[in-house]
Design a protein around this ligand. Sequence first.
Ligand code: NAD
Length: 505
Amino acid sequence: MTKPTEDRALAVRAELEKRFAGLALPTRPYIDGRWTDPAGGDTFDRISPRDGRLIARVGAGGARDVDRAVAGARRAFDSGVWSGRPPRERRLVLQRLARLVEEHAEELALIESVDMGKPYTDALAVDLRVTVQSLDFYAEAVDKRYDEVAPTAQDRLATITREPLGVVGAVVPWNFPLMMAAWKIAPALAVGNSVVLKPAEQSPLTALRFAELATEAGVPDGVLNVVPGLGPTAGAALGRHHGVDAVAFTGSGEVGREFLRYAADSNLKEVSLELGGKSPQIVMPDAPDLSVVARAVANGVFFNQGEACSAGSRLLVHRDIEEELLELVLAESRRLVVGDPLDPRTDIGALVEDRHLERVLGYVRGALDEGARLVLGGDRILAGTGGYYVEPTVFDRVDPRSRIAREEVFGPVLSVFSFENTEEAVRLANDTEYGLAAAVWSRDLSTAHRLARSVRAGTVWVNCFDDSDITVPFGGYAQSGLGGRDKSLHALEKYTQLKSTWIRL
Ligand code: NAD
């Protein structure tokens, strides 16, 4: 895509800044269909990663706020005002919400971009588009599903029906804030649950605005509540709450484990976890057009500042083509523009917060100490803006045992490894505690298919990277996830339970 001229880009940025300044940002918990003050009166600061400036003070929900939200959600659920509505009526409301989100897409994308640092153009083209798709998909699905009748003896009738769980807690990260929330809220609401959402403290603003739009669309009070707050307080309160029937979590493995403990220590609520990744891209010597591969490798790891769970952060390349491919990857990476998320020329925005910037730079220093060779980037840039920008960074000659090879950096850092044969490629690819995604590049159908089968990952791309659709499940093997998938009709399984009813005829 051609980039706008400098004059045009500056005009767009100025216009977006003006629009953002004119927005009344939502900053308080949204419980039972209205804004409420947090019981403890605490707030936390939202600092924009684009320039390090304060954009909002947000009410920090705590245990008492979570309690109120869960009580409201339970009341709504038990009353049947949503759970008891015919699926067709829930469909119409969720479709209305999809249209409202569409109408407000530019506003929501702007808030998302300033709040967490991703390019505005990506927020609009990816996050908001997929959010709308999720709402439409689950809305349309829900009045077209049938339950089952079991093949029992003639004098018995046994029905197998799916019922909503009740109150679902959703806890989401900051890298695709509204989109990740929609992947959970849309299927959970479609089948009749009530939801309490706890957005990440780094990116709570779009979820709050979304809740308000849900009320406008006709979602009854109490059915969707949003409690912003810190993980160890609001998040933990939701995880431990006896009134919550299920928690759907996306985030780090460390916190995912906490949710399993919370469930064990409270009411054994259902827990589903979507966790991290360290996804390999395996490039065979007969890969189609290496320049296409190089572009997919660069975009695959640097998209969203590398803050993507499925980021292709490990490039595994056959020794015969290593040098050629690396040159092409470096050229593609140099073409990517790091800059202000509101500038339409920007490909890579700002990292979410200063703590995360330090964490990513810590990994870069660690990789150097461990003997990896830095071939591109490695530094913070644009520090004068006050924002948290890191250049695309590439290491080769990476030791597979080193931290940079094994841990999720969640920043714009690529590690390159080489292999000599297919067995070695598979061994390297699977030498990880994660199993979220992988890509295989080969022109040979058998090689590609054999590799795709051998790699332990929830998603395998062949001769492409990052293709996705709401109709296709997303989630991980091994320590990348547990308890079902997001997206597709399979996600509905996470938000329903089976009831067997026996009738003696
Ligand atoms: P995180 O685990 O720190 O936080 C995620 C959520 O959990 C936030 O809302 C946070 O407030 C809450 N939380 C934090 N500590 C908590 C605690 N002690 N108790 C209860 N809740 C707590 O993750 P993050 O840094 O926001 O996101 C990055 C991680 O998310 C990465 O590991 C990434 O791979 C993962 N991720 C996975 C997917 C996927 O679909 N598999 C998608 C996006 C991100």
